[in-house]
Design a protein around this ligand. Structure first.
Ligand code: PAF
Length: 293
């Protein structure tokens, strides 16, 4: 496994990979580090697809609207590199902040209809920072395919839109959320949970499943579905809700009522039931895909 920390070393290393096996696709996974089973599932997808597996590990300060959140975000490069090696990653790019931001970034990117909803409301500038780093990483790596987890569904949609508008020849593939036994989505932030908050966090996915169940059983009023989710999450007093929302899957436009299916409107509406919850002080996000039956 090649470990690279500078942009000037990265370019020739990627060229070498491409020369070695020109037909072998380059599959890229961007990470903030503190890798877990969710990341491992992406690395294993890359390897199983027969591609070169390339990974970036960079705790991007630009996407943290709260400096304290950046300070406490867990990181452990040594452990991350071990995990990459174990998962047959071929190349890791782990630059320092000084290396990657040697020039002060001036470029600002937004897609208001996608960035100013859900997590964009409470985390001002977050998606600007995400788009900036992902655009730079994609331009550097120019992979054939890039993988993004569905837990960060809004991020995935924003990146799809950005890549499509730039016309980059990169396939953006979403990867299923990996969960703990009680359904809690793997996240680096789970390490910040106290034992009591960890227990409270188990309610997040349970509430989403109950919300989806209500839809599957015919509930069309999505504000009532959100109520079900809220009630379950708030049944533990350590939880505080940032948002519970239902949005159309592609556009992320709010969706509050499912139309009754008639002969005319036979189409299925696909939407996302998404939440952000503070379990004690740790903000966790999750979502579940739903559709009108
Ligand atoms: O999802 C993440 O871990 C980050 O937002 C990403 C895509 C690595 C960009 O820093």
């Amino acid at each position: 496994m090649k470990i690279i920390s500078t942009v000037s070393e990265l370019r020739p290393a990627l060229e070498l990979l491409r020369k070695e096996e020109p037909k072998r696709p380059l599959v890229f996974t961007a990470t903030l580090g503190c890798l877990h089973k969710g990341h491992e599932s992406m690395f294993s997808l890359a390897t199983k697809s027969g591609g070169w597996s390339a990974v970036s590990i960079f705790l991007n300060p630009l996407q943290f609207s709260d400096p304290n959140d950046y300070k406490i975000y867990p990181s452990n490069l040594e452990q991350d590199l071990e995990l990459c090696k174990k998962n047959q990653v071929d190349l890791v790019f782990a630059p320092s902040k000084e290396e990657f931001y040697s020039q002060k970034p001036l470029l600002k990117m937004q897609i208001p209809s996608l960035t100013d909803v859900l997590c964009g409301l409470g985390r001002k500038g977050h998606f600007e920072g995400v788009m900036y780093i992902v655009a730079r990483l994609l331009c550097l790596f120019m992979p054939d395919k890039a993988l993004f987890g569905k837990k960060d569904y809004q991020q995935y949609r924003i990146i799809c839109q950005m890549v499509s508008e730039f016309g980059l020849p990169i396939e953006i593939q979403s990867v299923e959320t990996v969960r703990e036994d009680d359904g809690l989505a793997f996240s680096s932030r789970n390490l910040l949970l106290s034992p009591k908050a960890r227990e409270a966090a188990g309610l997040i996915y349970r509430s989403l499943k109950m919300g989806k169940k209500a839809v599957d059983e015919g509930e069309r009023d999505l504000s009532l579905v959100s109520e079900i989710v809220r009630d379950i999450i708030l049944s533990n007093s350590l939880n505080r809700i940032d948002y519970v929302d239902t949005v159309e899957e592609k556009t992320l436009r709010p969706l509050k009522m499912l139309e009754k299916k008639t002969e005319k409107t036979k189409e299925t509406t696909r939407f996302l039931l998404a939440v952000a919850v503070f379990c004690e002080n740790t903000r966790l996000i999750d979502n579940i895909e739903c559709s009108s039956s």
